[in-house]
Design a protein around this ligand. Structure first.
Ligand SMILES: NC(=O)c1ccc[n+]([C@@H]2O[C@H](COP(=O)([O-])OP(=O)(O)OC[C@H]3O[C@@H](n4cnc5c(N)ncnc54)[C@H](OP(=O)(O)O)[C@@H]3O)[C@@H](O)[C@H]2O)c1
Length: 177
């Protein structure tokens, strides 16, 4: 019997826990000296489905000058305001627990939750994320869009591994069930 595929967060953060500045800049991240692609293509091979929030999708459209970067995967954008599917993405406004469990029960590779912080918070609170791969930049930005939100929850994780990519540290956790 094959095991259920996993929902994995793969994301980069500042040392003080921000995924972007308040005006959505990632310049502080892109100037860090990593190594190769910092594990990205290796991770990308492990997934065939991608989830993201509408603001992260807009960020990609505004900043990626080339073709949509995930056009070879099933890509879902969560939004309560936009529903116009296109050749690259499908928009979703469904109960996240129902939607995610349905996806997890389908055959396939793992599922990547890209972010951002708002969508991730809903997924974290509902305990839908199975693994977290967090790449920490050696940068403190003081304010911004936080990776984890203030709320009333406590989750226990277990550390699966760490890797160093020059100035980045990758932390790989599994959520305890
Ligand atoms: N450092 C990194 O690796 C990394 C990774 C990902 C993203 N980011 C950055 O994070 C920023 C965006 O993050 P964010 O927290 O502002 O926004 P976000 O989570 O990407 O998107 C928020 C939007 O998603 C929709 N949404 C959220 N929860 C939903 C739910 N339960 N059901 C349906 N729709 C839902 C809503 O869209 P509507 O308003 O349309 O209803 C909401 O406004 C960008 O700057 C991006 O570059 C950084």
């Amino acid at each position: 019997m094959s095991s259920q595929r996993k929902l994995v967060l793969f994301i980069a953060t500042s040392l003080d826990g921000y995924i972007a500045t308040k005006n959505e800049s990632l310049d502080w991240l892109f100037k860090v000296e990593g190594e190769g692609d910092n594990g990205y293509s290796e991770f990308y091979e492990t997934v065939d489905t991608i989830l993201m929030g509408r603001r992260t999708y807009d960020w990609i459209l505004n900043h990626e000058t080339e073709a949509f970067p995930y056009s070879n995967k099933d890509c879902y954008v969560f939004s309560r305001s936009v529903s116009a599917d296109n050749k690259d993405v499908k928009f979703v406004n469904e109960d996240i627990v129902y939607f995610t469990n349905k996806l997890k029960n389908e055959e396939g590779k793992n599922i990547w939750i890209v972010g951002g912080g708002e969508l991730l918070h809903d997924f974290i609170k509902e305990k839908l994320v199975d693994e977290l791969i967090i790449t920490v930049a050696p940068t403190i930005i003081g304010t911004g869009i936080s990776l984890f939100k203030e709320d009333n929850y406590e989750l226990e994780l277990s550390l699966k591994g760490t890797r160093r990519f020059n100035q980045f540290v990758e932390l790989h956790y599994e959520m305890k069930k």
